[in-house]
Design a protein around this ligand. Structure first.
Ligand code: GLN
Length: 298
């Protein structure tokens, strides 16, 4: 079968079953297996595909029709311009989470830490694919020469061993083994005696009730553990904030992603802990998505 023929046929199949973005999904899947690029779809539409390639594509098409999201089928997802391996044990990195990376980087770059010529220490709680931590450290390494700060050291913690394993594979893919350690553990308890300049987290924050209203693609394919923040959605924040009390000082800061409408809940939790919610940052839809937490008397 020819490249162009298979593309048209796949788009039609996807349309028939009501897939929302039939063209993009068909394109991404066909290009992934065939080795052709975007422009080839137009200029090389008459190229014959080998039976092996057609079989591989058909297998994925069937998974897509059965409701699996395209990036889960391919096992990789782009985030902050980098590719990340995703598996059934990891949350699919979301574009909204790029706000967390953006704000953490922007604070760090304006802070005095940048000129202290020492090792910067960053902690990511509930690291999942490692996308947040890897993106921050990758960006800093690209942008600054080693004279600005002596070195960067990141720790990504995840509760689930298999998830931590995926994060470590992503660390290796981006050649950051020297800068990032991945630890399996319960929130910050494994790290009680360490201190960090920047703490980031995109913890599970959806209420158990709201999970039942999410799209089937999310409900059936993102791990429940990575979505669920308990009955009120705040379970993980309560644990993180209680541990931030001993971590935050005049110099460092924590950035947490939050769900829709959780900014008031977070303000209350932070105030109750004698910490301070010093800022919040919206996503592209204008919804407060990231809160910035600092030491209470700053
Ligand atoms: N930090 C990871 C991400 O943002 C995983 C978050 C999670 O599992 N809740 O994708």
């Amino acid at each position: 079968m020819q490249l162009g023929q298979l593309y048209k046929q796949t788009v039609n199949q996807f349309k028939e079953v009501g897939i929302e973005t039939p063209e993009i999904d068909a394109r991404v899947m066909i290009l992934h297996h065939s080795g052709f690029n975007h422009a080839d779809l137009i200029t090389k539409g008459t190229e014959e595909l080998s039976q092996g390639v057609i079989d591989a594509i058909n297998k994925d098409i069937n998974r897509r029709i059965a409701g699996e999201p395209v990036f889960r089928i391919l096992g990789e997802r782009e985030f902050w311009g980098l590719n990340f391996k995703v598996t059934p044990d990891t949350l699919d990195p979301r574009p909204d989470t790029e706000v967390l990376v953006e704000q953490a980087l922007s604070w760090l770059e304006q802070s005095e830490l940048m000129s202290q010529k020492r090792t910067l220490r960053i902690l990511d709680i509930g690291t999942g694919t490692g996308c947040v931590l890897i993106s921050i450290i990758h960006e800093l390494r690209q942008k600054y020469d080693p004279n600005v700060f002596k070195d960067i050291y990141g720790v990504g913690v995840d509760f689930n061993f298999e998830t931590a394993n995926v994060a470590y594979q992503n660390v290796k893919t981006h050649k950051l083994e020297d800068s990032i350690s991945i630890v399996q553990g319960d929130w910050m308890s494994a790290l009680a005696n360490e201190s960090f300049d920047l703490i980031v987290s995109n913890p599970p924050y959806i209420t158990n009730l709201d999970i039942t209203t999410l799209s089937k693609e999310v409900q059936n394919h993102d791990p429940f553990l990575a979505l669920s923040g308990g009955d009120d959605g705040l379970d993980c924040y309560k644990k993180i904030i209680s541990q931030l009390k001993t971590q935050l000082n005049q110099e460092n800061r924590a950035f947490l992603e939050i769900g829709v409408g959780q900014v008031n809940d977070l303000t209350r939790l932070v105030d109750d802990s004698n910490l301070r919610l010093c800022d919040s940052h919206p996503d592209l839809a204008g919804i407060p998505r990231v809160v910035e937490i600092c030491c209470g008397d700053k």
